[in-house]
Write a protein that binds this ligand. Structure first.
Ligand code: NAP
Length: 259
């Protein structure tokens, strides 16, 4: 059914590893032509080699989403290499943890620079190309943390992920006349290099709190992004989709025990 992605020009930010790489892989395997971005050249090269191994058209560009010039260079590179941009997955994000009492102004500024300003600069730079596409799609990677849940150490992160949704709702209205949709995926706990770094205790605790008793895969997020990107989702905009194995559902620990 969802066959409309083949040949489409797709940009995925923060795709040198983790969820972005998973999203890029799903699009590449669906026949899209993909530009992946990030700042780590070795990781970018490895991603392109892996995702392009089956013959898919995948290339990389080094770009920091918190820098306007980089976002504009990224949009231009996509236009030059892919002939335009049909789908933008604004996924790049960071999640360092620090409790509020110890949080510095720099901690707040740096998370907002990447997660909020970076998202907005990325979308803004790609707009002319998405408009020309005639079926432009933007998919933001937000999170359950902030919009729905809280976790000690991530007050600034949660605020940044909720801010993305504030941006999303007005952007959806402004972009609608140009037939561009913008939606967000809200991952729960997804197995990535970034999450691995939080340690086995964190991973075990999280797994126990999820009704499906497993962490998500990057492909789980990629498939949700693919749905928002396809022609069949043309009438959906300004919306969010939680992909979390049911993690936000239990009312209490007892509710989980009684499953
Ligand atoms: P990750 O494994 O740490 O990967 C983060 C990606 O973002 C990397 O490719 C990194 O590339 C890139 N990146 C970071 N800062 C950047 C910047 N300033 N400019 C360009 N690229 C940048 O993290 P992840 O778990 O995949 O997270 C990806 C997104 O999913 C984030 O927005 C995060 O908030 C969200 N999320 C993750 C989870 C989860 O469970 N993993 C849950 C909810 C939401 P370079 O290092 O090459 O720059």
């Amino acid at each position: 059914m969802f066959t409309s992605i083949a040949g489409r020009a797709v940009v995925v930010t923060g795709a040198t590893r983790g969820i972005g790489k998973g999203i890029a892989g799903v699009f590449a395997r669906s026949g899209a032509r993909v530009l992946v971005t990030g700042r780590d050249e070795d990781a970018a090269k490895a991603t392109v080699a892996e995702l392009g191994a089956g013959g898919a058209e995948v290339s990389y560009l080094l770009a920091d989403v918190s820098r306007r010039e980089d976002c504009e260079r990224m949009a231009q590179a996509a236009a030059d290499r892919l002939g335009g941009i049909d789908v933008l997955c604004a996924n790049a994000g960071i999640f360092p943890d620090v409790k509020l009492a110890d949080m510095t102004e720099h901690d707040i500024d740096s998370i907002f620079a990447t997660n909020v300003k970076g998202t907005m600069l990325t979308v803004k730079a790609c707009l002319p190309h998405l408009e020309r596409s005639g079926h432009g799609r933007v998919i933001l990677t937000s999170s359950i943390t902030g919009p729905i849940t809280g976790y000690p150490g991530w007050a600034h992160y949660g605020a940044s992920k909720a801010a993305q949704l504030g941006f999303l709702r007005t952007a959806a209205m402004e972009l609608a006349p140009d037939k561009i949709t913008i939606n967000a995926v809200l991952p729960g706990n997804i197995i990535t290099e970034g999450l691995d770094g939080l340690g086995q205790d964190y991973l075990d605790g999280m797994t126990a709190s999820i009704p499906q008793r497993r962490l998500g895969t990057t492909a789980d997020i990629g498939h949700a992004a693919l749905f928002f990107a396809c022609d069949e989702a043309a009438y959906i905009t300004g919306q969010t989709l939680v992909i979390d194995g049911g993690q936000v559902l239990p009312e209490s620990l007892q509710a989980l025990d009684e499953m």
